[in-house]
Design a protein around this ligand. Sequence first.
Ligand code: FEO
Length: 170
Amino acid sequence: MLNQRLEKELNKQLNRELFSSYLYMSMGAYFQSVDLLGFSNWMHIQAQEELSHAQKFYHFINERGGRVILESIEKPETDWDNTLNAFEDTLKHEKYITSSINDLVTAANEEKDYATQIFLQWFVTEQVEEEASVNEIINKLRLMKDAPGAIFMLDRELAQRQFNAPAEEA
Ligand code: FEO
């Protein structure tokens, strides 16, 4: 059974994951508006992944006898200056999510809730991968310095990204 502190903190993280999905959907719409459909695809897949993260929290809270409370989702930004700016914001957001996951791990340790600690391990690993993949795109964009041909090639590469649902047991 979850204690009240962890129930509240896990619900807050559920909301953050839903906001993440909303933010990346908004970035997807921005990229669509500037005809970068591969970048838009990458963001839509990212939004789907975030929704699946939110669902993991939703099911875990229920499984542990807690109560899911859905709160309002903040309005995301709608415009960015360019592709690099959008991905820099993505990295900034992922770093914030990483620190919130780390805070949750600390809370689970303090409460000696071993099941929550194990549940959170998947997210600790996931955040390392998320930050690394966004960093890789930022590095490419910095090297390109807005060269249209290079942006077009990266757009084609990002169009290949597909959604892989996280494993059920994870
Ligand atoms: Fe669910 Fe991008 O962290």
